[in-house]
Design a protein around this ligand. Structure first.
Ligand SMILES: [Zn+2]
Length: 387
């Protein structure tokens, strides 16, 4: 990557051909049309509050530095602002008469009403501009680094910056548009803020099977997002077909992986719905979000549910009782050891050498209650758990 520090660019250069779109709240172009001030991925202009925009102009008039600007060279004589768009838009708007500052007497001053010497002072102000040119991964890393000081961007916002082009533009229209009537439906399954690119991130993650970078790079210059849309909609349709009820626990699950793993199996959506309701109402299940995959996998993998374990007081009570009874019989206090034929038949295990076990497994209707608790030696407990 080549980074060049330019110190000869002035405000006059930047505001040459400055265009501000009032409707969208965006500073668009500058530097005689060579500079895109607000690329697609950037936030809208937020300094127009009579404080931050005014502070930029005050700094310039007092000769204070306004900080380093970062441009990304995207083609011969074409640049995009990576960092500095708020400051640039502020002075661009000022010199085109969009707002006023107060002078030392407290009077409002528009640019047009200022003395020539002040015009010159503003226009001749030199700027510190880093111009970056390089391969995408380098620019992305660099962008991440400089971004630390500015507004924190999401991972997907950074990727949109790195791979900006027609594909990102079209994808954003579909997946980052809160006016899209599908967004509410999608929001049942996808977590995060649609405006901060969370849905686009998901769509890309699904279609690319986790290789979003590669996918964006490959399709960057395409004007067609049909594959992306089709794959996304296929998954959404699959989810809403299998699980007819929308539950809050569905939001943000790994639906891409679940679709890949289970979509070739058939499910009875009525039975699935009944089962979901039963499981979501079961006190013994700690991981309620696990019930969806549990059902997709034919209700076999109880690890997904994180079944409630016995608490310490319960273990102590059961241990004491078991040990007392075993003592009177001269048998091991592990019920499975006591019916064995080796030397452990009469072994007394300490509490720390034993684990609590569901006598009747949860999957067979057993509760996590003291009545359904027995203490087993660790070896037997492990053996039982693996069955
Ligand atoms: Zn045992």
């Amino acid at each position: 990557m080549i980074t060049t520090l330019k110190t000869d660019i002035t405000i006059r250069d930047i505001v040459d051909g400055f265009v501000y779109n009032e409707l969208e709240g965006k500073g668009l172009f500058g530097l005689s049309g060579k500079l895109t001030i607000q690329p697609e991925y950037q936030r809208n202009y937020i300094y127009a509050d009579g404080k931050r925009d005014v502070a930029v102009i005050d700094s310039i008039l007092k000769g204070y530095p306004i900080g380093v600007l970062y441009f990304n060279k995207v083609a011969d004589d074409k640049f995009e602002v990576l960092d500095g768009q708020q400051r640039i838009t502020s002075f661009g708007r000022f010199v085109t008469g969009k707002f006023a500052v107060k002078d030392s007497n407290g009077n409002e001053q528009y640019y047009s009403g200022m003395a020539d010497v002040q015009h010159k002072k503003i226009m001749d102000t030199p700027l510190l501009v880093y111009i970056c040119e390089g391969e995408e991964p380098e620019i992305r890393d660099w962008f991440k680094t400089i971004n630390i000081a500015g507004v924190e961007l999401t991972k997907q916002e950074i990727l949109n910056a790195v791979y900006s082009g027609p594909f990102v533009t079209l994808s954003k229209e579909e997946f980052s548009n809160s006016q899209n009537s599908n967004v509410q439906k999608w929001g049942a399954y996808i977590a995060g803020d649609v405006k901060r690119q969370a849905y686009l991130e998901r769509a890309l993650d699904w279609v690319s099977h986790g290789t979003v970078d590669n996918y964006m790079s490959k399709h960057r210059h395409e004007h067609d997002i049909n594959d992306l849309k089709t794959y996304f909609n296929t998954i959404i349709d699959w989810i809403s077909g299998v699980f007819t009820d929308v539950e809050s626990e569905m939001k943000g699950l790994e639906w891409g992986r679940l679709y890949e793993t289970y979509h070739s199996q058939s499910y009875n959506s009525v039975k699935v719905s009944e089962e979901i309701h039963k499981l979501l109402g079961d006190y013994n299940i700690k991981d309620r979000r696990g019930v969806f995959e549990y059902i997709l996998g034919d209700s076999k993998d109880t690890k997904l549910l994180n079944i409630r374990v016995f608490d310490e007081p319960t273990k102590k009570i059961v241990y004491a009782k078991q040990t007392e009874v075993a003592g009177t019989k001269g048998e091991s206090n592990c019920p499975l050891c006591s019916i064995g034929h080796d030397s452990n038949k009469s072994k007394f295990w300490g509490l720390s050498e034993m684990d609590a076990d569901h006598v009747t497994a949860w999957s067979k209707g057993g509760e996590t209650s003291i009545e359904n608790c027995q203490m087993l030696c660790k070896t037997h407990n492990r053996a039982k758990g693996n069955r």
